[in-house]
Design a protein around this ligand. Structure first.
Ligand SMILES: NC(=O)C1=CN([C@@H]2O[C@H](COP(=O)(O)OP(=O)(O)OC[C@H]3O[C@@H](n4cnc5c(N)ncnc54)[C@H](OP(=O)(O)O)[C@@H]3O)[C@@H](O)[C@H]2O)C=CC1
Ligand SMILES: O=C(O)CCC(=O)C(=O)O
Ligand SMILES: [Mg+2]
Length: 422
């Protein structure tokens, strides 16, 4: 930590010193393997881009299994404080037991630091094997709400006094008469707020404007969950039409024109808006959306959605461009500047310690981080090297099993090859 300095934020703009201190969490399961590979590639890219003028001072912070072994705590306050202090961090995956045990540490980090956006860009790298015919048509950025929805963790286990109390309240005081098996139900609560929706949709539209994208799709299941997912859609449209009035055209406006002046007038208004560089804000119900990202992915650029939909959509879209081994992400609070970069996948326990899996997701999360810091030359080098390495068919097991003529290498060897090609 000898020369490192803190990244700071002023009016939402990051000030990044040449030697920023960046906390990292190694992660559980495959975490140590992929982090070792990724940090070497990121360091080499920075060195190559800036010839030693810039460098990252990595600072390890403990969360998860390693933390529990060493400190007895899963998520020490000290680690949270370090991220608060240094603003930007990167992490490997952390294990969450199913059923009982600790709740997700990944979700806890996002909630405690109020990292309200989970940004997951999904694009195809030439040569990456895919189950679809035209994976290159997929180029989307998912904005997944990260702090509410059923991830708030408000759940009451079947058979407990708490569950009984909530069920009695719903039946006796709220007039709910459609809990099919009241004696044996667990109960979950799904909070979705106006503020939470607005800040997420605002970030998604701003991203579309900044990145020159053509549309933002609000994905919801509002036909069934009217006052959570349905409200998400309405609040999203309201925000688009008020805060971005001159920059967007919405499908709700389209429908209003159809009602008053007919379809031809509405089509003309949309064509004019697009010709004038306006972004189209539309919506899609989650089930048909999952079909359309397969059948006509070209129609979707930026996707704004709630937490659970975003979780499912992330893995589904990752599959279309080669799988979860190459799916990066970032958890960001655009207001405070705090961000944690992380892969979309989990700890893949069956591969832990085998130096086998694909480190690309965490490397590309690092690439996103470099771009976020404004270190574009280093970020570009990572992307170019990824293209070149995969193009030469030197890949880890996950791609090798789907590619003809591939050379299968270990996780660490893939990193060596990337460094050679930087
Ligand atoms: N943000 C986070 O930290 C996340 C944590 N988790 C947690 O991770 C744990 C395991 O979850 P699980 O549902 O098994 O999902 P995982 O994402 O950990 O693994 C599922 C499968 O995805 C493939 N995979 C995952 N990572 C890679 C990689 N780097 N390279 C190549 N293939 C990969 C493997 O497929 P194959 O077997 O076909 O080779 C693996 O068996 C759970 O505790 C879960 O809660 C889950 C998601 C995110
Ligand atoms: O926290 C977990 O265990 C799962 C998280 C997850 O699936 C995700 O972030 O996409
Ligand atoms: Mg997930």
């Amino acid at each position: 930590m000898a020369n490192g300095e803190k990244i700071t934020v002023n009016d939402g703009k990051l000030n990044v010193p040449d030697k920023p201190v960046i906390p990292y969490i190694e992660g559980d399961g495959i975490g140590p393997d992929i982090w070792a590979a990724a940090s070497r590639v990121l360091d080499a890219a920075v060195e190559k881009a800036y010839g030693g003028e810039k460098a990252i001072e990595w600072k390890e912070i403990l969360v998860g299994g390693k933390s529990h072994d060493q400190t007895g705590e899963w998520l020490p306050d000290e680690s949270l404080e370090a991220i608060r202090e240094y603003l930007i961090a990167i992490k490997g995956p952390l294990t969450t037991p199913i059923g009982g045990g600790i709740r997700s540490l990944n979700v806890a980090l996002r909630q405690k630091l109020d990292l309200f956006t989970c940004l997951r860009p999904v694009r195809h790298f030439t040569g990456v094997p895919s189950p679809v015919k035209a994976p290159e048509d997929v180029d989307m950025a998912i904005f997944r709400e990260n702090t509410e929805d059923i991830y708030a963790g408000i759940e009451f286990q079947e058979g407990t006094d708490d569950a009984k109390k909530v069920i009695d309240f719903l039946r006796n005081e709220m007039g709910t008469n459609n809990i099919r098996f009241p004696e044996t139900s667990g109960i979950g609560v799904k909070p979705v707020s106006k503020e939470g929706t607005e800040r997420l949709v605002r970030a998604a539209i701003q991203y579309a404007l900044d990145e020159g994208r053509e549309n933002v799709t609000l994905v919801h299941k509002g036909n069934i969950m009217k006052f959570t997912e349905g409200s998400f859609k309405e609040w999203g449209y309201n925000l688009a039409e008020t805060e971005f009035a001159d920059q967007v055209f919405t499908w709700r406006q389209y429908d209003e024109i159809v009602e008053k002046e007919g379809k031809e007038a509405a089509n003309k208004a949309e064509d004019e808006a697009v010709a004038n560089g306006k972004i189209v804000v539309k919506d899609s119900i989650a089930d048909i959306f999952l079909q359309q990202i397969l059948t006509r992915p070209k129609e979707f650029d930026v996707v704004a959605t709630m937490n659970l939909n975003g979780d499912y959509i992330s893995d589904a879209l990752a599959a279309q461009v080669g799988g979860i081994g190459i799916a990066p992400g970032a958890n960001i609070n655009y207001e405070t500047g705090h961000a944690i970069f992380e892969a979309t996948h989990g700890t893949a326990p069956k591969y832990a310690g085998q130096d086998k899996v694909n480190p690309s997701s965490v490397i590309l999360s690092g690439e996103l981080m470099l771009r976020h810091l404004g270190w574009f030359e280093a970020a570009d080098r990572v992307l170019q090297s990824m293209d070149k390495t995969i193009g030469s068919k030197v890949v880890t097991y996950d791609f090798a099993r789907l590619m003809d003529g591939a050379t299968e290498v270990k996780c660490s060897e893939f990193a060596d090859e990337l460094i050679k090609n930087l």
